[in-house]
Design a protein around this ligand. Structure first.
Ligand code: SF4
Length: 425
């Protein structure tokens, strides 16, 4: 069945689905946020379930000096909330005293009913008054109600936008969305070579080094799940550049071109800087294309990376797209990607799990990109899967990572070949 609804310009439009969903909550984003922001502490105010989720998502890491924790709330009625606030103040007081390296404490709200009763925004303001300016307190939500796991980062960065200094004095490029340090360094070298001087990455490696924002700020999104953050930046005067995401050789080239055009870089200089890494990335991806071309892939809604990944798999790897599901589809953030998808792509927004799985079982694609929770049952039915969360945790952006990205999709198919169930061409 083809679910695609075509707009007049042949850009595929999404069909809406509402029903049971199978996604992680926003607390999961603490795993990559705490690795990136090295002077921050993430204190989840939640239940034992939240603590378990965080431990399993982080791979039960044992640190001498961990930078995330869960303050577990027991069942309280409203009268007991005064005690909760006192307890929170006590725990944070101990943390600040013992950890002078921590410059920002994120209070992360969760969805148990006891936490919803607690006003963490007020708690952050109270803690800020009590502790002065040496450490910043920021509240955000990682709740799992009607959200998906990458929205934790969106919520965190949106709150941080409120902390940015206003500055309308000059032009700057603001790259928004968590990138691995190695990828950030590669992009910084490319922007330097292009002559784009004033470049900030948000979030950066230190939460106490926040970039300014104003009318001269041009925002280039590195991740496709930052709708609220982009709107908060726009409200501060920044302008969003329209571009695909830096996945694969073509995605990275077009992403850099959007920045180059916004900063008046000449076509000659752009070609001179990007030609060699672009060609290298094309050659590296081509090795994987030999194995992926013509194979079918479906993507179930999970990370919000589904549309850019579908574009990469179709455009650069030659894969045949089955259903492409995404939890939310922000047209303004995905316009450049949607245009590059085949016009008949079966795009769905939202999820109704059982009918979606029934369609998948009928289509039986060679590969399914999906959440961790449904991958094992699908594998047991003989379908090959790739966990979408792995694509969020792995450095995959930029020219130098293009082959690694393609390799993440060849691996499950190669495993199947080793088991004798699949033959390469
Ligand atoms: S925030 Fe909600 S969905 Fe997430 S682990 Fe805690 S209870 Fe579960």
């Amino acid at each position: 069945m083809n679910n695609a609804v075509l707009a007049s310009d042949s850009t595929p439009q999404a069909r809406q689905e509402r029903g049971q969903r199978a996604v992680f909550c926003g607390l999961t984003s603490i795993v990559w946020l705490h690795r990136k922001i090295q002077d921050a502490f993430f204190l989840v105010v939640g239940s034992r379930t939240c603590a378990h989720l965080l431990q399993s998502a982080a791979g039960v890491m044992i640190f001498a000096e961990p930078r995330f924790a869960t303050a577990i709330l027991q069942d309280k009625d409203l009268a007991g909330l005064a005690d909760c606030n006192e307890e929170l103040d006590r725990v944070v007081g101990q943390l600040v005293e013992r950890r002078p390296d921590i410059k920002t404490v994120f209070l992360v709200a969760s969805c148990p009913s006891e936490v919803i009763k607690l006003d963490l925004g007020n708690a952050a303001a109270r803690l800020q008054r009590n502790h002065g300016s040496g450490v910043r307190f920021v509240e955000f939500s990682g709740s799992g109600i009607e959200t998906t796991f990458t929205q934790g980062e969106d919520s965190c960065l949106q709150r941080l936008v409120g902390e940015l200094q206003a500055d309308d004095s000059g032009e700057q490029l603001l790259v928004v969305g968590t990138l691995a340090d190695i990828v950030e360094d590669q992009f910084r070298r490319l922007f330097d070579a292009l002559g784009i001087a004033n470049v900030h990455f948000f979030p950066g490696r230190r939460a106490d080094e926040l970039p300014p924002v104003g009318a001269g700020t041009r925002v280039l999104l590195a991740q496709p799940w930052l709708g609220d953050t982009s709107r908060a930046l726009a409200a501060r005067g920044a302008r969003l550049l329209t571009a695909p995401y830096p996945l694969g050789a073509e995605g990275t080239l077009a992403w850099l071109k959007a920045a180059a055009d916004a900063f008046g870089v000449s076509a000659d200089r752009f070609d001179e800087v990007t030609a060699a890494p672009y060609q290298r990335a094309c050659r590296a991806v081509a090795l994987h294309r030999e194995r992926l071309a013509g194979r079918s892939v479906s993507l179930l809604p999970d990370s919000q990376m589904e549309v850019p990944l579908a574009r990469f798999l179709s455009e650069e790897c030659g894969m045949a797209l089955g259903e492409v599901g995404t939890p939310f589809l922000e047209q303004s953030l995905l316009a450049a990607e949607l245009k590059r998808l085949p016009a008949d792509t079966a795009l769905t927004e939202g999820q109704d799990l059982e009918p979606q799985l029934a369609r998948l079982r009928e289509a039986r694609p060679d590969l399914t990109v999906c959440g961790l929770g449904i991958a094992n049952p699908l594998e047991a039915e003989g379908l090959r899967t790739k966990w979408s969360i792995e694509l969020v945790f792995t450095p995959i952006q930029g020219f130098d990572q293009a082959a690694d990205l393609a390799g993440l999709f060849t691996r499950p198919l190669a495993r199947e070949q080793r088991l004798g169930g699949f033959q390469w061409n």
